[in-house]
Design a protein around this ligand. Structure first.
Ligand code: FE
Length: 282
């Protein structure tokens, strides 16, 4: 395996939502998307006091893409108009296909509001190509124990979707997305497979990693070249990295709030369908 090179560093911009500490590396200045990866919100790390109001994400719609939510600390209660309901705890992940449309709520369970505690949650939006934007909605919630862990000499790979060598994650995405959470001990070295032709998503949530001798610090997204089939990284501290890759859609992206479509007309249609109650309710 030869190694891809570091092309760019993209620091997250701070954009708190009320009391919820929020950073967003994607989209950002000079980086509209890492096709098909569109958007990343990093909430926390922070500590909620006892008797808190919880997360502010009450019922709202989505159409045309998928959300992948990583719960590093705390808990996340999810319910949607497809009838899915779950509480995912620290170390778990949820993978939701909005497809033709659903309404969901992403809130804190009563136990968390009562007791408070640490919270750190990241949400990634993954685009769907036009041919899949109107698929049926779907939801998979995985607790920590349901995610396989590959132990690679100081690096733990929590494999959520797609393939890493001969291992497969529990989620089979509609578009073959590979997604993982890397937990790296200080000094750990890792060659992460990233087949040529696929775009790499790499975000340092905690710690710092070096790629080709250049640091990618905490709260930074890195872009890499597409001239080799692996990303080699060395942990400069104890680190947590979101790492994935996917085939780009190479289609126009027209995004408006919670809808991501190919054309302006499809956005207007999504708004009409939502107002007409076609996304269902909670
Ligand atoms: Fe949402």
């Amino acid at each position: 395996m030869s190694a891809r090179t570091l092309l760019g560093l993209h620091p997250a911009a701070r954009d708190d939502i009320g009391n919820l500490v929020t950073r967003r590396p994607l989209p950002g200045p000079g980086l509209d998307q890492v096709d098909p990866f569109l958007f990343l919100n990093h909430h926390g790390p922070q500590s909620y006091p006892p008797g808190n109001a919880g997360l502010p994400f009450g019922p709202h719609p989505h159409r045309g893409f998928e959300t992948v939510t990583f719960i590093l600390e705390g808990e996340l209660a999810h319910l949607d108009s497809g009838g899915h309901e779950s509480v995912i705890r620290a170390g778990g992940v949820q993978w939701m296909t909005a497809g033709r449309g659903l309404v969901h709520a992403e809130i804190s369970p009563d136990s968390f509001k009562r007791a408070g505690g640490p919270l750190e949650i990241l949400q990634l939006w993954v685009n769907l190509p036009g041919r899949l934007k109107m698929v049926d909605p779907a939801y998979t919630g995985l607790q920590r124990g349901e995610i396989p862990v590959l132990d690679l000499d100081g690096a733990q790979v929590e494999l959520i979707a797609g393939a890493w060598g001969d291992r497969e994650g529990p989620v089979t995405s509609l578009t073959g997305v590979m997604m993982s959470v890397l937990r790296l001990a200080p000094g750990a070295r890792l060659a992460a497979p990233a087949p040529a032709g696929r775009n790499v998503f790499l975000y340092v949530a905690r710690g710092s990693v070096a790629i080709g001798g250049k640091s990618v610090p905490q709260f930074h997204l890195a872009t890499v070249s597409d001239d080799a089939d692996a990303v080699e990284m060395a942990a400069e501290a104890e680190s947590v990295v979101l790492f994935g890759h996917a085939e780009p859609c190479r289609e126009p992206v027209v995004a408006h709030g919670p809808f991501v479509m190919n054309t302006r007309e499809e956005i207007m249609q999504a708004m009409r369908d939502y107002q007409a109650g076609k996304f269902g309710g909670l």
